[in-house]
Design a protein around this ligand. Sequence first.
Ligand code: NAP
Ligand code: ZN
Ligand code: ZN
Length: 354
Amino acid sequence: MTQSFEIKAFGNQAKEAELEQLSIQRRKPTPHDVEIDILFCGVCHSDLHTARSEWGPTMYPCVPGHEIVGKVRNVGGHVSKFKVGDMVGVGCMVDSCRECEYCKEGLEQYCEPGMVGTYNAPDPYFPGSPTFGGYSETVVVDEHYVLRIPDNLDLAAAAPLLCAGITTYSPLHHWQVGPGKKVGVVGIGGLGHMAIKIAKAMGAHVVAFTTSETKFAEAKRLGADEVVLSKDKEQMAAFKGKLHFILDAVSAEHDINAYLRLLRVDGSLALVGAPEHPLPVAAFSLIVGRKSFAGSSIGGIRETQEMLDFCGEHNITADIEMIDIQNINEAYERLLKGDVKYRFVIDMASLKGN
Ligand code: NAP
Ligand code: ZN
Ligand code: ZN
């Protein structure tokens, strides 16, 4: 049986239930494990989709959190990449098969038997239990899935890089965004605001699309060259056929066809936003102009480290609002209203003090 120890966490017991303090078990570190004291954890919209079973039945109790930054407290005997005291991060996955062609290529997020998500995945160490995420005191993770945080970055503001950062960096990189390319970013939330900063640092001309008038001026401060109020038909029409690539980071239903129209011939629109319900696409939105409608999931471990190092070099972190864990339910309600600029990060000291 796996040896374990008990820690404090925050999670919910059913889809309608609010998050509250719970006790959970972590495994004692095995030889390849790193035990991390969690300092900060970002609040991703996926945490809310999962806590509320919006993507299908969630395994409860659900302890979300996959934008984890912390300090190494203990390492197993065979750990070679990290030592006690290192500042490290953990993102959306904590394991994968390591043998399939995708794992071997460094695309662990597309592992054939499936990656092990940081939360709400069957825990291979505790049969019958889900994995538990970063809304907790500590986490124990195999060193292969642990990332190094560049020294120059603020730790709290770097936490969102572990999901929002890699989820936007990976498709921007894959679709070769850079100088000479016009890129649209749709939905200026946690992911979208990172996409603006990263696409700009990659050298692209960035056009931000928002439904929120309050974000209009700020999108430029984040690095957008142009901003479009997506509810305004005239402003949208001005970009018809102009964009090489669009990254769509919207968390709810919206009209994809209105954005496909803005692509140039051979342009691609990649969805990273994962709304609860399907998004209808008209055939002619794709046929006329040989356009591609694609998707992208987080990024592999090697690429996540590459993204962190890129953000270190360009001094990129998230714009955050720090909260205590006790305010997480209110934060979810504000997230649903788009009322966060641009990522909540939980100061995990608030859990320890409880
Ligand atoms: P977020 O901070 O809540 O941002 C979502 C943004 O979408 C909002 O700020 C808003 O932007 C826009 N939006 C919200 N409701 C809308 C509506 N009804 N119509 C049009 N626009 C709307 O969420 P997030 O944490 O960035 O996550 C975004 C999505 O990506 C979520 O679905 C999340 O689960 C998903 N996700 C996917 C991956 C992946 O691997 N593919 C990874 C992480 C997250 P404006 O105010 O600017 O309009
Ligand atoms: Zn996420
Ligand atoms: Zn695999």
